[in-house]
Design a protein around this ligand. Sequence first.
Ligand SMILES: NC(=O)c1ccc[n+]([C@@H]2O[C@H](COP(=O)([O-])OP(=O)(O)OC[C@H]3O[C@@H](n4cnc5c(N)ncnc54)[C@H](OP(=O)(O)O)[C@@H]3O)[C@@H](O)[C@H]2O)c1
Length: 329
Amino acid sequence: MKAIVVQTGPENNPLAWQEVATPAYGENEVLVDIYATALNRADLLQRAGKYPPPPGASEILGLEMAGRIAAVGALVTGWQVGDRVCALLPGGGYAEQVNVPSQMLMRIPENWAFEQAAAIPEVFLTAFVNLFIEANLQEGETVLIHGGASGVGTAAIQLAKEAGCRVFVTAGTDEKVVRCTKLGAELAINYKKEDFAERIRDDTVGEGVDVILDMVGAAYFERNVRLLKLRGRLVFIATLGGAKTEINLAELMSRRLRLIGSVLRSRSLAEKIEIKQRFMNRFWALLEKGTIQPIIDSIYPIGQVNEACQRMAQNQNIGKIVLRVREID
Ligand SMILES: NC(=O)c1ccc[n+]([C@@H]2O[C@H](COP(=O)([O-])OP(=O)(O)OC[C@H]3O[C@@H](n4cnc5c(N)ncnc54)[C@H](OP(=O)(O)O)[C@@H]3O)[C@@H](O)[C@H]2O)c1
C-alpha cells in the first residue's frame, strides 16, 4: 500500500506518498481501506521529529480516519467487510490501509461523506474527555475554550453548548470570532485586540468561569488561574504559548482550584475504548441528526499534504483540514 512517509531532513521535513508494507491486523482487529483522514496539530510536531508515536504505534502520521472494512480478524464480532467506519488511531492514518481494534470503531451513517466522518474522532473525543471526564463540566456552568476556532475548539464549543453550558472562547482573527459565535459561543474574544481576562471579568461582573480548556499554557497561566471561580478546573491539552511558568499555590488552595494535564494519544486502549463509548452514548445521536457536526475548513487530496500542513502551521484553518486518500468506487 501507499502511505505518507516523513523524509528526514531539517525543520518541516517534506512528506511523500510512498510504497510501504501493508499493516498486519490481529484477531481482535479489522483492516480498513482508508478513504479520508484529517490533520491534527500533533502531526506537525511529529513531522518535525518532536512528538514520537507511543510505543507500538505506527510511525506513519495520522490520528484518525474514515473508510470501509477490508478484512475482519478471527475473533471480531458485529463487523463485516464493507462496513463504513471511522476511528481514532495512535498513528497510521495517512495511508491506504490501517489496522484498528474493533472496539474503537464507530459506524458511520450511509448519508455521511467519508471526509465528514474523518473529521470527527480526534477533536470530538479530545473535547469530550477533557470537558466532561477530566473537568467534569456540568449543565449551567461557564466554560472558556481557548483556540475556539481550532479543530478541538469547534468541537468543544458545540459539545459544551449542547450540555447546557455558557461558552466563552478566544480566537486570533475577527473571522474566527464570528464563526465561533455562530457555533454557539456566547462571547468570542479576539485575543489579539483585547485582553480576554479583562473582557470576561467585565462580562461576568467579576465572577469568572468554572472550567477552562487551554492549549496555550504558560502565556495564559496567570490570567487563567485568576479567572477561575471557587472550585474551578483548568485543563491543559497543549503548550502552544510555552510550558514553564510560576504557580501561586496559596491561590490554588484558597479557591480550591484543580489543574489537570491531559493527553489522549498515549492512553491505554482500554481507556480509549471507554472514552469512545461514553462519547457515543451521549453525543453520537446528535451527530447523526446533524445537531452537532464536524466543522470542515478544507479538503486536500493526499498528494497535497505539504500544502495542507502549511495551512495549519500558519493558523489559517477554522475547524478541520481533511485529506482525501482515495476516490469513492
Ligand atoms: N492533549 C491532547 O490529548 C490533545 C488532543 C488533540 C489536540 N491537542 C492540542 O490541542 C490544540 C488544538 O488542536 P487542533 O488540531 O484542533 O489545532 P488547530 O486546528 O491547528 O488550531 C490551533 C490554533 O491554536 C491557535 N494558536 C496557535 N498558536 C498559538 C499561540 N501561541 N497562542 C494562542 N493561540 C495559538 C491558532 O488559532 P488563533 O488564530 O485563534 O490563534 C491555531 O489555529 C493543539 O495544540 C493540539 O496539539 C491536544
